[in-house]
Design a protein around this ligand. Structure first.
Ligand SMILES: Nc1ncnc2c1ncn2[C@@H]1O[C@H](COP(=O)(O)OP(=O)(O)OP(=O)(O)O)[C@@H](O)[C@H]1O
Length: 577
């Protein structure tokens, strides 16, 4: 890591949005040429839990309300993605759900659509006429405005909350439902509050901000019918759990037998499943996609480097993938570079700027306005390289991210799965490159399993690393609760409750029902169908031309350490993205 913050360099002349747009036209910058095949797939799905309804073949067949179907059409969704096919009927039937599905596979709509539909139907059916109740019914005894949302979506970051809010608004268009958002750190907080005071049927919030608003008497959870935790494993990991428990158990929310609760993520380690089940009642568990399947869409490479070589390698990668726009200017496809620290994010960003690569940075020490502006500038292509910490590792849906570079690898394989999942979304292809140093030894086993499952080329040195013990602290980055072994089963995507107790089906592994394929479209996998672009290192020879393996494949593996205090397998949810 850089020890000093680099001095602020003079700004190179950034290309205009128009220039970038033009330059990236051939790289699908506006998504116009997307042909991601979300509708066609051959994908294993496992369902466990009593009485799961059958999956729906289409949005109409799923039983969504008319108004919602109109909104689905407005969004241009022709067919439900696999997770939507399964989740929508389950949620509409009133069941609790824990759903584990690939990054970029449409989980947001998988919970938003049935929730909006359920609220619309309840209002139409006269079951309380709740829709829009915020403005009719929201005064408490001392005449303060109190919002009483019917659905609460919790998300771990502000950016994700903002994104879900936008999506939910689309699905609730012209239904009369009010969708509002609450997150901190922005000058918009007062505006958000005023908005919420006007009534909220669906509230999307980050936990800390929500607790604050409840404590200030602005929001009551008493009317909640639906509780959704997006990125649920993250929400229950590390710092969020106490706040989540407070929200769910201590702030007036209806009991779990009364409300309907849904948890979604691409990764679900067994230990977190166990915790999460506290919040659920007789739930159905689904996993969509085989172990590691999201990564089928993503060409993964891993390069063994020393710390000091990272910047040279990065520049090399950026140069190789740059292309020339019609007016002769060098351009970059959208590239997300993950680093470990906020300081490194700034330092690397300035350094890249100095080298002539328009880059921005996003991390937790930047103000919310700066974060939002960085994201806008990245999305627009004005700064096609964004250096980021894990703050944008989860959930963020930026179309056309072509390449994710793990400049610093994360501590856990789940974080890796989420990070690389910022590309290869909605059935499109993407590329991911990781710089592996000796200090990343603890993640080697998880990485090997993940890459193998995704049928990626695995360098032999990674296999060697994975097979050898390492010495030193936990590989869990402080996630001590996952330190118990998982019996060698590295994948957290299977229902931790295990076999027949919950299944009622005979076909599936672990007693669950197992589906594979859909619509007889074998061979037409849930993949890009050739429509996406892959920027896997240029293929022009040199260090990055090994087609997924490492150019140092034949190098002797670096030295190993003697003991093996804690396996990596127990944190690995390698396949369940
Ligand atoms: N049925 C559909 N047809 C076409 N596109 C869809 C469909 N459902 C979702 N999408 C698009 O797919 C993209 C990814 O969806 P979303 O962000 O919900 O993924 P996710 O599963 O939540 O990913 P992550 O695990 O990274 O949070 C979005 O751009 C969304 O608009």
């Amino acid at each position: 890591n850089a020890k000093r913050a680099a001095p602020r360099p003079p700004k190179p002349a950034a290309p205009t949005v128009g220039e970038v747009g033009e330059g990236l036209a051939g790289l699908d910058v506006d998504g116009a040429s997307r042909t991601g095949r979300l509708d066609k797939y051959d994908i294993p799905v496992e369902v466990s839990g009593d009485g799961a309804p059958a999956p729906a073949d289409g949005f109409e067949q799923a039983g969504l309300a008319e108004a919602v179907l109109r909104n689905v059409a407005r969004c241009g969704y022709d067919n439900p993605t696999p997770v939507q096919r399964y989740s929508i009927p389950i949620v509409l039937s009133g069941r609790d759900l824990m759903a584990c599905a690939q990054t970029g596979s449409g989980k947001t709509a998988a919970f938003c659509l049935p929730v909006v539909s359920g609220l619309v139907s309840a209002a139409e059916g006269g079951q309380g006429g709740e829709v829009g109740r915020g403005d009719r019914d929201a005064y408490d005894y001392d005449y303060r405005r109190v919002a009483r949302p019917l659905a609460l979506v919790l998300a771990p970051t502000r950016e994700l909350a903002a994104q879900i809010n936008e999506e939910a608004k689309k699905f609730a268009h012209k239904t009369g439902l009010k969708v509002k958002v609450a997150y901190g750190g922005t000058s918009m907080v007062q505006q958000q509050l005023r908005d919420i005071e006007k009534g909220a049927d669906i509230l999307v919030a980050t936990p800390g901000r929500l607790v604050d608003m409840i404590e200030r008497g602005k929001i009551s959870l008493e009317a909640i019918k639906y509780l959704i935790m997006d990125e649920a494993d993250r929400m229950l990991d590390m710092g969020f759990e106490p706040q989540i428990r407070k929200i769910v158990d201590g702030m007036g929310m209806p009991r779990k037998s009364v409300r309907q609760t849904m948890l979604f993520s691409a990764t679900f380690p067994p230990e977190i499943q166990r915790l999460a089940s506290d919040f659920l009642s007789k739930y159905i568990f689904i996993t969509v996609g085989r172990v590691g399947s999201s990564t089928d869409l993503i060409t993964q490479q891993v390069e063994f480097v020393t710390h000091d070589e990272k910047r040279t390698y990065l520049i090399d990668l950026l140069q190789k993938q740059s292309f020339t726009s019609s007016d002769g200017k060098p351009q970059q496809p959208l590239t997300l570079v993950f680093v470990e620290t906020k300081r490194e994010a700034d330092s690397l960003r300035y350094w890249l700027y100095n080298k002539g690569f328009p880059a921005t940075a996003i991390h937790g020490d930047r103000t919310q306005e700066e974060r939002e502006s960085a994201l806008r500038s990245f999305k627009s292509g004005l700064t096609p390289v964004m250096v980021a910490t894990d703050v944008v590792a989860r959930g963020l849906d930026v179309p056309n991210v072509a390449h994710v570079i793990n400049y610093d690898l994360p501590k856990s394989i789940e974080d890796y799965v989420h990070r690389i999942g910022r590309t290869g979304r909605a059935g499109n292809a993407g590329s991911a490159t990781a710089f592996f140093t000796e200090s990343n030894h603890p993640i080697a086993k998880g990485l090997l399993e993940l890459m193998t499952e995704a049928k990626q080329n695995v360098p032999t040195w990674l296999e060697d690393y994975a097979g050898k013990p390492f010495y030193g602290g936990s590989s869990f980055g402080g996630r001590g609760r996952r330190s118990n072994g998982d019996g060698g089963s590295s994948f957290g995507g299977r229902d931790y409750r295990g076999g027949g107790d919950y299944s009622g089906y005979s076909g599936g592994a672990g007693g669950g029902r197992s589906y594979s394929g859909g619509s007889g479209d074998r061979g037409d996998r849930y993949s890009s169908g050739g429509g996406g672009k892959s920027y896997s290192g240029g293929g022009g020879g040199g260090r990055y031309s090994s087609g997924g393996g490492s150019s140092r494949e034949s190098d002797p593996p670096p030295r190993y350490y003697p003991s093996y205090p804690m396996g990596t397998s127990n944190i690995s949810a390698s396949g369940w993205d």
